[in-house]
Design a protein around this ligand. Structure first.
Ligand code: UGA
Length: 428
C-alpha cells in the first residue's frame, strides 16, 4: 500500500531515496534548505548528475513527488520521515552531526502537533548515535516518548553513485534497525515490492552494518592496490592476478580494480570515522589504519612513477584527464585526483584538466590555479605528459596525437588504445 514519505535533505542520498520511493508508487515530499535545488526538482530535473534520475523525476513531479523548503509541511503531511542530511567528517576523523542535530531538533518541535509518526535515519551515523543522541533529542524537543508517541528506525543505504537508481531498485539486501517492532514493520512495508533479504536488527547493529560494509569495500581496494604495488615490482599484471583470485567464490570479482585508490563521500570518511570510534573505545584498529595509509600513498606512488620519466614538473604541461572520484559522476568529494593536483601545483606544473562532468565541482577548490579544457583532445594538446585519474569510458580509446611527447600514465587501467604511446600503468 502506498504511503506518504518525507525525505529530509535532497542531496545524493535523499534525492535518490525520494525518487526511488516515488518510482515504487509512494507519495514523496523532498525537503531541502537549498531553494535552487528545490526549484530544479520541481521543474522535473535533478540538481545532481545521476544516470536515469531525470527520466523518473520528469514523470513523478506533479504526480507523486514534490520538493519544498518547508520542513513543517513535509513532516505533518507524511506518514514517515527519512533523515538524509549530510554527516561530514571533522578534521580529526570524528563525525560532524551538526545537520542531523538541527533537523532532529526541529522535527521534534513539529512532532508536538502530530500523532504517531516514524523517523527513519538514513544518514550514515556512527554506531550508538540514534540511541544515544537522536532519540533523546527527539524526546526533549517534542516532549513525547519514543515507542509510544513516535517510532525510530535506522535504514542504511548501499547506493553507489553513478548507478544509484539501479542499486535502489535492485538491492542486495534491506537492513532495518528499529527501536521496536512497530517502527521496523512500518519501515519494512515501504519495501514490500522487493524480493531481496530483509534483515531486522536493533538500531546500533544497523548503523554498524553500514560502517562495516564500507570499511570492507575500502579494505578490498587497498588490498588489491597493495598486491598491485608488489606485482608491479615483479613485472606481473595485477589485473591477471585479480581475475585469478576472483574465480574463488569466497573472494568474488567485485571491488578488485587496482589503481589510484578510493575516494568519494563515503569510503574514506566512514573508514576514518570507524578508526576514530575504535580509538575512543581504547582499541587500535591496525587493519583499518593501514587501509587508509595504503590509499593515501597511491597518489604519491603515481607521482613517483612520473618523476622517473621526467626530471622535474617545473613549467611542464601536464594533462589531467578525470577529476571526479570515479567515472559516471560529477562528484569530486575526496577525489584521489586532488592530492595529485595539489602536489603538481606545489612543484610548479602547468596543469590543463578535462573531465566530462566534474569541472564545476573542481573549480570550487582549484579555480584559477589550473586551466580547464572542453575535451580530452584539447587538454592533451602540447602536453608533456598525460595522467589518467578517473575511469571515464570515453577515455578508453583516446587519440594522443598532439601531445609533445606521448607519455601516458594510467592510474585506472582504462586506456585500451596503447599504440604509439609511452604507456605505463600505476600497478601493472
Ligand atoms: C560507496 C559504496 O560502494 C556504497 O555501497 C555505499 O552506499 C556508498 O559508498 C555510501 O556509503 O553512500 P560510492 O562512494 O558511490 O559508494 O562509490 P564506489 O563505487 O564504492 O567507489 C568508491 C571509490 O572506490 C571510487 O573512488 C572508486 O574509483 C574506487 N574503487 C572502486 C576502486 O578503486 N576499485 C574498485 O574495484 C572499486
Amino acid at each position: 500500500m502506498s504511503k506518504t514519505i518525507s525525505v529530509i535533505g535532497a542531496g545524493y542520498v535523499g534525492l535518490i531515496t525520494g525518487v526511488g520511493f516515488a518510482r515504487l508508487g509512494h507519495n514523496v515530499i523532498c525537503r531541502d534548505i537549498n531553494k535552487k535545488a528545490v526549484d530544479t526538482i520541481n521543474s522535473g530535473r535533478s540538481h545532481i548528475y545521476e544516470k536515469g534520475i531525470d527520466e523518473i523525476l520528469e514523470k513523478a513531479v506533479g504526480k507523486n513527488l514534490k520538493a519544498t523548503i518547508d520542513l513543517k509541511e513535509s513532516v505533518l503531511t507524511s506518514d514517515i520521515t527519512f533523515i538524509c542530511v549530510g554527516t561530514p567528517s571533522k578534521d580529526n576523523g570524528n563525525i560532524n552531526l551538526k545537520h542531523v542535530k538541527e533537523v532532529i531538533r526541529d522535527i521534534g518541535e513539529i512532532l508536538k502537533e502530530k500523532s504517531y509518526h516514524v523517523i527513519v535515519v538514513k544518514s550514515t551515523v556512527t554506531p550508538g548515535t540514534t540511541e544515544k543522541i537522536i532519540i533523546p533529542l527527539l524526546e526533549r524537543s517534542s516532549g513525547k516518548k519514543v515507542g509510544i508517541d513516535f517510532g525510530v528506525a535506522v535504514n542504511p543505504e548501499f547506493l553507489r553513485e553513478g548507478v544509484a537508481i539501479e542499486d535502489f531498485l535492485n538491492p542486495d539486501r534491506i537492513i532495518i534497525g528499529s527501536y521496536d517492532q512497530r517502527s521496523g514493520d512500518l519501515t519494512e512495508e515501504l519495501y514490500s515490492d522487493f524480493n531481496c533479504p530483509v534483515l531486522r536488527t536493533d538500531l546500533k547493529t544497523a548503523e554498524m552494518i553500514k560502517y562495516a560494509s564500507n570499511a570492507f569495500l575500502a579494505t578490498k581496494i587497498s588490498f588489491i592496490n597493495e598486491i598491485g604495488n608488489i606485482c608491479k615490482g615483479l613485472g606481473i599484471n595485477i589485473y591477471d592476478v585479480a581475475e585469478g583470485i576472483a574465480l574463488d567464490h569466497r573472494i568474488s570479482p567485485h571491488f578488485l580494480k587496482s589503481g589510484l585508490g578510493f575516494g568519494g563521500s563515503c569510503l574514506p570518511k566512514d573508514t576514518k570515522e570507524l578508526v576514530f570510534k575504535a580509538r575512543s573505545l581504547g582499541y587500535e584498529p591496525n587493519l583499518l589504519t593501514s587501509v587508509i595509509k595504503v590509499n593515501e600513498d597511491q597518489p604519491k606512488r603515481l607521482l613517483n612513477l612520473v618523476r622517473k620519466r621526467i626530471n622535474s614538473f617545473n613549467g611542464k604541461k601536464v594533462a589531467i584527464l578525470g577529476l571526479s572520484f570515479k567515472g559516471d559522476t560529477d562528484d569530486t568529494r575526496d577525489s584521489q585526483a586532488f592530492p595529485v593536483i595539489k602536489q603538481l601545483l606545489k612543484e610548479n606544473a602547468n596543469i590543463t584538466a578535462y573531465d566530462p562532468k566534474a569541472e564545476e565541482n573542481t573549480k570550487i577548490l582549484f579555480e584559477d590555479q589550473i586551466q580547464y579544457a572542453d575535451s580530452a583532445k584539447a587538454a592533451l594538446e602540447n602536453s608533456d605528459i598525460a595522467l589518467i585519474l578517473t575511469d571515464w569510458k570515453e577515455f578508453e580509446n583516446l587519440d594522443f596525437d598532439g601531445m609533445k611527447k606521448k607519455i601516458v600514465i594510467d592510474a585506472r587501467n582504462i586506456i585500451k588504445n596503447k599504440e604509439n604511446i609511452e604507456y605505463e600503468g600505476l600497478c601493472w
